[in-house]
Ligand binder design. Structure first.
Ligand code: CMC
Length: 373
């Protein structure tokens, strides 16, 4: 029998090879480009192109790419109608899961070769912000707004959600979070999408798998939970007292900790100063006090760093976005990483089928129901 290798949660296990990104203790890079440089100089569209192809686009390639994304932004009426029929209390991630699946039925580009897969990825990329914005507006009793070709991906979402062209600062902050969220190697949702792909399923099934996996609070759902936590407190000392008790009670605090990063999450460090500037600009020092009280207490008592979801939750909150759209916005970005993994898995596939260690009852004989009990 082959040697049995078992690590709970697959911790530290190399489950496949990838060219898409590297997540190391002290570096994160998309196809070799350090996240710090992409965050400072690139746009999300460039990053999306980089992930779906092998390198950053030329000016012409970028224009062609954004033209293709723009061509798919408006939702088919049946998708808008489906969104409108979902009860208002249903969480945004569940709406997104259903609506992406529905939108897939209107994508003409089925098929599994590389070009067709990129086309499907572009289609998904285009519809996700429209779905989020449509849901927001319908819940507010407003009519959905058509996309405005030529706006950036970030500005497009804000425009479709709020009906006016956004300020440069808000566009930049959404763009930055989209860049930071785009890709992260074999995280749970990308891995789940790869498992789906490995059975030779299809792009939409893999993306929907990713949405369902990202939703959980131990993964992307943490940005919403982190903000719900910050909102509970009216002062730094109140937040500190709660956090101290939560640590004693061994509660998991969302927005902290990471499977790979034990010296801190680069993405959180990039975002935090911009978030803090925004908070001061908006006169929200009190929220910042609560934010830092929780963060500093967790560090003092447990030496656990924040992850990207912690500053991201407050960034979106300061922009006036409803909490229910935070994880959907994570999807608006991560669809690019998932699609890159789907394409890579299809290109070099072997079904992902690990083994389990059986810990149930020993072999025993079947007895008819009348003889049991
Ligand atoms: N709050 C309190 N304690 C924590 C936390 C936390 N957020 N994260 C880890 N710990 C403790 C954990 O209890 C354990 O302590 P002890 O050794 O005393 O039992 C120790 O740190 C090691 O943690 P772990 O549970 O072995 O870590 P893991 O690799 O299994 O889980 C994690 C990683 C991200 C799921 C976990 O840190 C967590 O649940 N964090 C909160 C959810 C969260 O913020 N998720 C976002 C992840 S990053 C971005 C994304 O994907 O969206």
């Amino acid at each position: 029998m082959a040697e049995e290798l078992y690590r709970p949660g697959l911790e530290g296990i190399i489950a496949g090879e990838t060219e898409v990104s590297t997540v190391e203790q002290d570096s994160l890079a998309y196809r070799g480009y350090p996240i710090e440089q992409l965050a400072e100089h690139a746009t999300f569209e460039e990053v999306a192109y980089l992930l779906l192809h092998d390198d950053l686009p030329t000016v012409g390639q970028l224009q062609e790419f954004t033209r293709r994304v723009d061509a798919h932004r408006n939702l088919p009426a049946a998708v808008t109608d489906t969104i409108a029929r979902i009860p208002p209390q249903v969480p945004g991630m569940d709406v997104l899961r259903t609506a992406i699946s529905m939108a897939g039925h209107f994508d003409q580009s089925s098929g599994g070769d590389r070009e067709q897969l990129v086309e499907q990825a572009i289609h998904v990329l285009a519809v996700v912000p429209s779905i989020i914005a449509t849901r927001l507006r319908l819940l507010d009793g407003k009519q959905p707004i058509d996309a405005k070709p030529g706006l950036s991906h970030a500005a497009q979402f804000l425009y479709q959600a709020f009906g006016e062209e956004p300020e440069a600062l808000e566009t930049r902050l959404i763009d930055l979070t989209l860049i930071l969220y785009a890709e992260h190697e074999f995280n749970a949702s990308a891995f789940a999408a790869r498992v789906t792909t490995s059975t030779l399923s299809d792009m939409y099934s893999a993306i929907v798998t990713g949405v369902g996996t990202l939703k959980g609070p131990l993964h992307g759902g943490a940005n919403e939970e982190a903000m719900r936590l910050i909102k509970r407190f009216s002062s730094g000392p109140e937040a500190k007292a709660w956090t101290e008790q939560a640590i004693v009670d061994k509660q998991k605090i969302m927005g902290f900790g990471h499977r790979v990063y034990k010296n801190g999450d680069h993405r959180a460090r990039i975002l935090e100063p911009l978030m803090a500037d925004l908070a001061r600009q908006r006169g929200q020092q009190n929220l910042l006090d609560v934010y830092f009280a929780i963060k500093d207490t967790i560090w003092e008592r447990k030496q656990i760093h924040m992850n990207v979801d912690y500053p991201c939750g407050l960034t979106y909150y300061l922009m006036g976005l409803p909490i229910d759209v935070y994880t959907p916005l994570f999807v608006a970005s991560r669809v690019t990483g998932w699609a890159a993994h789907v394409i890579e898995q299809f290109t070099n596939n072997r079904i992902i089928r690990p083994r389990s260690r059986y810990v149930g009852p020993a072999l025993r004989d079947y007895r008819p129901a009348a003889q049991r009990g």
